[in-house]
Design a protein around this ligand. Sequence first.
Ligand code: UDP
Length: 370
Amino acid sequence: MAGKYDYLVVGAGLFGAVFAREAADAGKKVLIIDRRPHPAGNIYTEERDGIPIHRYGAHIFHTSDPEVWRYACRFADFNRFTNAPLARYRGRLYHLPFNMNTFYALWGTATPAEALARLEIQRREITGTPRNLEEQAIALVGRDVYETLIRGYTEKQWGRPCRDLPASIIRRLPVRLTWDNNYFNDLWQGIPREGYTRMVERMMSGIELRLDTAYAPEMRSLAEKVVYTGSVDSFFGCCLGSLEYRSLRFEEERYELPDFQGNAVINDTNAEVPYTRTIEHKHFVFDRPEVMKTEWTWITREYPLAWTEGAEPFYPVADERNTGLCARYRELAAEDPGLLFGGRLGLYRYLDMDDTIRAALDLARSELQQ
Ligand code: UDP
């Protein structure tokens, strides 16, 4: 049944905002709804005591896709933030990603050849194709790095032993024989100076947005098509079973100090420390002197946990069971050509922000040229 709108976009996060922008620019009538009281989904940032706070964890934009970079820059002025996180293990700090600084701290190896020789000896532990994250990690960086910087962090993050996790997760992390602490290999990287919320608001400008509005099946008839960015299983009332997600709990704390940790991100890789990382928000906007000079600071500690009803789902758990179940939900979705899914939860895929923009642009392109 044709409704008042061409598209009902469920979720005012990055995917929804990009798709809505493209549809509106193509002359479509769009309504965006979000059950939360604020826009921007999990990239939501809010100013608190003059400091932009990433409410749902650190979001650092990085991409090598020129179209995506140009697109993001239409809506935000990016600073030149470069993510160079540290990892703390039993009181000692190491540089990430795994590079000469890390190897020097671990082994005292001062040249690429020395470090490579150490790595090669340790990598030999794995023969054949790695079958899980533990084997993949050892094949990449050897047991010392695995035990110090990977095992505890990963097991906390995913809530299961590294041997029961897919190798693909760790392939995100670069290994370098240079002294380069830049976490990402991408061509472009940065953080919107005015925060992500402003960026997403600009994307949605002129488009009808209803916050505090949860999707209900009756709304299907409001629009010709629905673009749903919530979790795909919840859309179908979990009729085939629930997909598994990892969730996070954020503990925010204000300190009466100009600088708490001297860096935006410090990971805690010990299994005994219950959180995975501490972010200090002011460092994300290091080029804003009015923020850097405050005599106080806000930090957030990130505690991973299993997702249960009522919590926010953050990461899909892409093992065999979930991937198979997700495929069955996709089949269900395909029965209604007016129903489209997008975003990390809708696609049940570990999308970074640039992947999200790319996926939304691709969907818009294929949809709007029809
Ligand atoms: N990782 C790790 N040690 C670290 C940081 C990352 O072992 O100090 C591994 C871990 O397996 C994790 C993956 O790299 O699941 C991706 O981590 P990252 O923090 O980059 O993911 P994000 O949550 O930021 O997307």
